[in-house]
Design a protein around this ligand. Structure first.
Ligand SMILES: *[C@@H]1O[C@H](CO)[C@@H](O)[C@H](O)[C@H]1NC(C)=O
Ligand SMILES: *[C@@H]1O[C@H](CO)[C@@H](O)[C@H](O)[C@H]1NC(C)=O
Ligand SMILES: *[C@@H]1O[C@H](CO)[C@@H](O)[C@H](O)[C@H]1NC(C)=O
Ligand SMILES: *[C@@H]1O[C@H](CO)[C@@H](O)[C@H](O)[C@H]1NC(C)=O
Ligand SMILES: *[C@@H]1O[C@H](CO)[C@@H](O)[C@H](O)[C@H]1NC(C)=O
Ligand SMILES: *[C@@H]1O[C@H](CO)[C@@H](O)[C@H](O)[C@H]1NC(C)=O
Length: 555
């Protein structure tokens, strides 16, 4: 056990056993648009984005909306006025809390304007129901340097977004018109994109590259079956070992990836890649089948010189998964959810379809991955419920501020189709963890803004059923941006915390610097024993607009 996990030695006078309902799926509300991308933008609101041509029921200005604010308290969607097409975009939050949606598509005959250079700006919204909060979307004024469909976006150490790869134009399956470059928002290098040899080498299954911000500020990337570390400041790449056993993990062979929770004092980065396929990317899509088995492989690597030398460590999920998504939980576990047990991402492009879907055999039962368990004992679905709602291509998932998991979308069809096996899914679901039906600890007096390398004190309460000797853990989390089986910018940094002897206050140490936690919004969750508090929204760093200078102390 890590030193920072302070054990409670104060006995509690009464200790009653409380049993909750365990993990459960709850369906509540409809998204109105197809929720193919999702991001939490405030304690009460998420934004969903869709394709302008889907034709969902939610209307705006006399046409179907393709953006919506999802109210996490009322479970209702409100249309957001989006001008350019957000189909297969990505995005993230900047150091000043502003959400930016990046890239998209440009097709004729839709209500949208060309979104391929889109940079859509949603300023921090303090109104709980989103009243008065709007999206700025004017590609004539603010736009990317290159057209990008299927790019990835990641908040980096100076609070900017790094924008990676994509395709210049719409393609049906493989990346046939690649944007093999990186750029930034706000722009660097006078706005000139940086060519990427890595993206060139990883063609043609390299859409939505999986990119992670490491605690030293460098960027880890997986595309196809290859991986590198990219140094933004030096513009150099270091080639790392390929994913083992021929597994490929980026679109249209979507596996998923996460940075495992980072612990003080060293914040040693470990990466987990799960699912995808070992199918060769040289096979024409028409020769592929929705019945081809997906990969059950999870590969993990420690990004230290010794860890890289050791290479990827392989373990197996309980089933193959194409298009799974991994969500970090405030407990430090990783939820593996959604996707299909056979086939590929995208729709109407392989030789043997299921309806219009390139994938079949939906994975209906999530699994939990425990990063601290020994190899071979990390993955389990014990106690996890099974749903009957398939979440395949164009679905999204996010941890919410209240600590449950929002699940929406799925549409392996070109538009709204209710007659196929995998129909257009508007039902919104939550997966509630066991702590949702137990008395939960609370956090209060949390400062709205937290500077790096500092200490702050918060008030805490936890209920009488919490046993003595329970472990107290404080997680600082970025809830990330969900698009195409990748949860970009998602992060959990454990914060050192010391409980006062009267057990009423907790002294918490902030992350040491802006590379361990890229400056910007986050949520702080307190876990005591087996219960977790609601997350409290904080601004980590100065809250200034990017690029921000280095802050805190070096590690
Ligand atoms: C759905 O959400 C609403 C708003 O939070 C709530 O009032 C209602 O009880 C929920 N319904 C179910 C079935 O959970
Ligand atoms: C990765 O894929 C390339 C072809 O795309 C192949 O040449 C190489 O052997 C693969 N690596 C592994 C470890 O399978
Ligand atoms: C793809 O299928 C065609 C038609 O069945 C066949 O001629 C061709 O050899 C196949 N190509 C590959 C790479 O499997
Ligand atoms: C490819 O993946 C499938 C499905 O997981 C598996 O059955 C097969 O053994 C794998 N092939 C290789 C060469 O690893
Ligand atoms: C739904 O998909 C099926 C199978 O491709 C197709 O025959 C049907 O026309 C589609 N319906 C709509 C409304 O697009
Ligand atoms: C945040 O920074 C971005 C990029 O400079 C800018 O467009 C946006 O208006 C800023 N938002 C706030 C609230 O300062």
């Amino acid at each position: 056990m890590n030193l920072f996990l302070h054990t409670l030695f104060v006995a509690i006078s009464t200790s009653t056993l409380v049993t909750g309902r365990g993990w459960e799926f709850v369906t509540n509300g409809t998204s109105g648009i197809l929720a193919l991308e999702a991001i939490i933008v405030s304690p009460t609101l998420a934004i969903f984005f869709d394709f302008s041509g889907t034709g969902g029921p939610l209307q705006i200005n006399g046409h179907s909306a393709w953006g919506a604010l999802w109210n996490l308290e009322t479970n209702q969607a409100t249309a957001l006025d989006v001008v350019s097409d957000t189909f297969c975009a990505s995005g993230g939050l900047l150091s000043n809390g502003t959400m930016v949606s990046v890239g998209g598509i440009g097709l004729t005959g839709t209500t949208a304007i060309d979104g391929r250079m889109g940079l859509r700006i949603f300023e921090p919204c303090s109104s709980p129901d989103g009243e008065g909060c709007t999206l700025f979307d004017n590609p004539d004024l603010v736009h990317l340097a290159e057209t990008r469909w299927y790019p990835s976006s990641l908040r980096v150490f100076d609070g900017s977004l790094m924008i990676v790869g994509g395709s210049h134009t719409a393609t049906t399956f493989y990346n046939m018109d690649p944007a093999n470059s990186f750029e930034f928002f706000p722009s660097k290098d006078g706005g000139t994109p940086r060519p990427s040899a890595f993206l060139e080498r990883s063609l043609t299954a390299n859409l939505f590259p999986r990119v992670l911000a490491l605690p030293d500020g460098k960027i880890f990337m997986v595309a196809n079956n290859q991986s590198i570390i990219y140094d933004i400041e030096a513009d150099t790449e270091t080639i790392l070992p390929d994913l083992p056993n021929g597994v490929r993990a980026t679109n249209p062979f979507d596996g998923t990836i996460t940075l495992l929770p980072l612990s003080p004092p060293l914040y040693i980065p470990e990466v987990l890649v799960c699912g995808g396929t070992n199918t060769s990317d040289l096979i024409p899509s028409l020769n592929l089948s929705s019945q081809d088995p997906a990969s059950d492989q999870c590969s993990r690597i420690t990004l230290t010189p010794a860890g890289i030398k050791k290479g990827w460590e392989v373990e197996r999920m309980l089933e193959g998964r194409m298009m799974p998504e991994m969500t970090l939980l405030p407990t430090g576990q990783v939820l593996i959810i959604n996707g299909a047990q056979t086939g590929y991402a995208a729709f109407s492009s392989v030789g043997v379809l299921q309806g219009n879907s390139n994938a079949d055999h939906a994975a209906f039962t999530p699994s939990l991955y425990d990063p601290t368990a020994p190899l071979g004992h990390r993955i389990s679905n014990k106690g996890l419920p099974t749903t009957d709602i398939a979440r395949l291509y164009h679905s999204s998932v996010s941890l919410t501020p209240s600590g449950n998991i929002l699940i929406a979308g799925s549409n392996p069809n070109a538009n709204v189709n209710e007659t196929v096996k995998f129909l257009t899914e508007f039902r919104v679901q939550y997966l509630n963890p066991p702590y949702f039906s137990l008395p939960r600890p609370t956090l209060s007096d949390v400062p709205a803004k937290i500077v790096f390398n500092s200490k702050f004190t918060v008030r805490v309460t936890f209920s009488a059923h919490i046993a003595a000797f329970s472990v107290v853990k404080v997680a600082l989390m970025d809830l990330g941006y969900s698009s195409h089986a990748f949860h970009s910018s998602s992060r959990l940094v454990w914060l050192e915390a010391k409980l006062s002897s009267d057990r009423k206050t907790l002294e918490i140490s902030s992350p040491p610097n802006n590379r361990v936690y890229p400056p910007g919004p986050g949520y702080i969750y307190l876990t005591v024993g087996d219960t977790t508090s609601v997350g409290t929204h904080v601004m980590v760093g100065s809250g200034a607009s990017p690029p921000v200078p280095d802050q805190g102390r070096k590690i």
